[in-house]
Design a protein around this ligand. Structure first.
Ligand code: ATP
Length: 207
């Protein structure tokens, strides 16, 4: 049997229903029985997280507690420093053996930047990148994939095109949640209740 791991990376600052609904709909579309949520220590392509790694990890654990569909992996949080996908793939292959087949879920908004990732060609070669395509990105995907042919070559761009999965539009972002908390607005129905309680108890995102 193939040793397959499906990862969904992000800052998760904090994890919200947009992440969870996306992960579940990708899993259903692709027939995955488990998705591993992988918080980055320090995202290479965006501003540093507001909450600490341990707190973001705990919020993920609270969000998916009791759901066998999800696991949470602390490999990037433990490694600290910039969380390069290539390094994580190497570490996983070392710990699980070179035969591990890694599927890596990313949002379509990440696609344009993908060629700039550290050792991008090797990442696309080593892992199956699954692109969660939500409105309005479905209108731009042809253009984005066309750009990738020019930047990464037809073979890798073709591999990326094979991983596109359509997902619903859930217009929630961690940025908005952080802003709402800082402004004293409720975040119920945007994040799981246990995550909202944790944010309140720890005084996160108050600005
Ligand atoms: P921020 O607002 O801080 O930039 P975010 O809400 O985009 O954060 P991340 O943790 O950076 O969340 O995202 C992790 C992954 O989840 C990315 O691939 C991103 O495209 C995807 N994602 C985030 N929010 C949604 C959403 N509402 N629907 C679908 N995918 C999402």
């Amino acid at each position: 049997m193939t040793d397959r791991m499906v990862l969904y990376g992000g800052t998760f600052d904090p994890v919200h229903y947009g992440h969870l609904i996306t992960a579940r709909s990708v899993a259903e579309a692709r027939g995955y029985d488990k998705v591993v949520l992988l918080p980055s220590a320090s995202p290479p392509h965006k501003a540093p997280a507001s909450a600490g790694g341990a707190e973001r990890l705990e919020m993920l654990r609270l969000a998916v507690a009791g759901d066998p569909m999800f696991d949470v992996c602390d490999i990037e949080i433990r490694r600290t420093g910039k969380s390069y996908t290539f390094d994580t793939l190497e570490a996983l292959r070392e710990s699980r053996g070179g035969g591990v087949e890694v599927h890596w879920i990313v949002g379509a908004d990440m696609l344009a930047d993908l060629p700039n990732w550290h050792r991008a060609a090797e990442v696309v070669d080593l892992a199956t990148i699954i692109i969660a395509l939500r409105p309005p990105w479905h209108e731009r995907i042809k253009q984005a994939l066309g750009d990738l042919v020019a930047r990464m070559g037809p073979e890798l761009a073709g591999k990326l095109a094979g991983g596109v999965v359509t997902t619903p539009l859930i217009d929630i972002s961690s940025t908005d949640i952080r802003r709402r908390v800082a402004s004293g607005l409720p975040i119920r129905y945007l994040v799981c209740d246990a995550v909202a309680d944790f944010i309140r108890e720890k005084g996160l995102y108050r600005g």
